[in-house]
Design a protein around this ligand. Sequence first.
Ligand SMILES: [Zn+2]
Ligand SMILES: [Zn+2]
Length: 228
Amino acid sequence: MSVAEIERALREQKCPVCLEINNRVELFFRWFDIEYCHEFTMMELLARGGFCPRHGNRIAEIGSKLARTYEYITKERRERMEEVSKLVLAFRENRWRKTFNLLRKSYQKKLKRLLSFETLCPACTTEHEARQFGVMKMADFLKAEANRDQYSNLPALCWTHMSDVLVVSEPEVALFLADCHRKQLARWEKDFAEYFRKMDYRYAHEPKGGEQHAWLKALKFFTGCTDK
Ligand SMILES: [Zn+2]
Ligand SMILES: [Zn+2]
């Protein structure tokens, strides 16, 4: 993410870190479709974890090309279930299992190891890396006073990523961010007051202005959504 890209995101009032995450995840999906989905290392990784429901829904759009990928994962999981059966049978045959609680604990630990996964969803990993990268780039960008001036006119980081940047920044930048976004929130509070004032029948005839969109600005800030 270059300075020019950060500046463009600010002009478009989009959180630069959210954009970086969206772009990188989209790129991951494109390459997953073109190449990764049939790569052995990716299939291995998916067999040991797999996509989270959020990204699984997105991956499903690729369609029947995924048959080979999921054939591989299915085979791996079937083999794993065979190991599970062996383990359960051995436990059932163990005549001490009702006497020693430790035996049960060790058995359950082994079962858990076979049935649960430590490998993260690869798209979530991409998101995590892009977030760290984007936050670092924004923290760098805000080190320059001229950039801070520019940002204060167009504060566009979402709450989550503003917090990330604030935490890793030097006090000067952290104070700047806290002040800048406090002012932004105070402006919206005024907008909301104006919005509700105009809901009153006595003032309802007054022309509607920017206060009508305060809810959307706040929603975008708090959730980081960049669609509108
Ligand atoms: Zn964001
Ligand atoms: Zn995921």
